[in-house]
Design a protein around this ligand. Structure first.
Ligand code: SF4
Length: 118
């Protein structure tokens, strides 16, 4: 099986082609540098994403507060993470970087505010 990826590590956007056998990489072509090689192997072996979303606010100047995870989380945990985040309502002022949920799903990353809201 062959899988094409576009490297997002720099604006060049190299197209990297991975040849897989039983989900194992047996060949990588098209990367322009080591960063692309690392990106492709990570994306195939354990894809991760920074989760960005909003959470509702009550009694504050806005109705929704933008948030993000403090680091990447496994792509297959995104749905579970959203289920946990959906239970959150913020009722107090927040500063940028304030932790709204610590150690989300026990993954070692926090959910933090990305906007000051009073
Ligand atoms: S492989 Fe290297 S040169 Fe190509 S897009 Fe990725 S970082 Fe840029």
């Amino acid at each position: 099986m062959r899988r094409n990826l576009t490297c997002i590590e720099c604006p060049t956007g190299c197209t990297i082609t991975a040849t897989l056998e039983d989900r194992t990489i047996v060949d990588l072509e098209g990367f322009g540098c080591r960063k692309g090689y690392d990106y492709a192997t990570s994306e195939i072996n354990h894809p991760e994403r920074i989760l960005t979303t909003t959470v509702p606010a009550r009694g504050l100047s806005v109705k929704m507060i933008p948030v993000r995870t403090s680091g990447p989380i496994p792509k297959d945990s995104l749905r579970h993470a959203m289920c946990e985040i959906r239970q959150l309502i913020v009722c107090h002022p927040v500063e940028v970087g304030d932790v709204l949920l610590a150690d989300l799903l026990g993954l070692g990353v926090d959910l933090v505010a990305t906007r000051r809201v009073v």
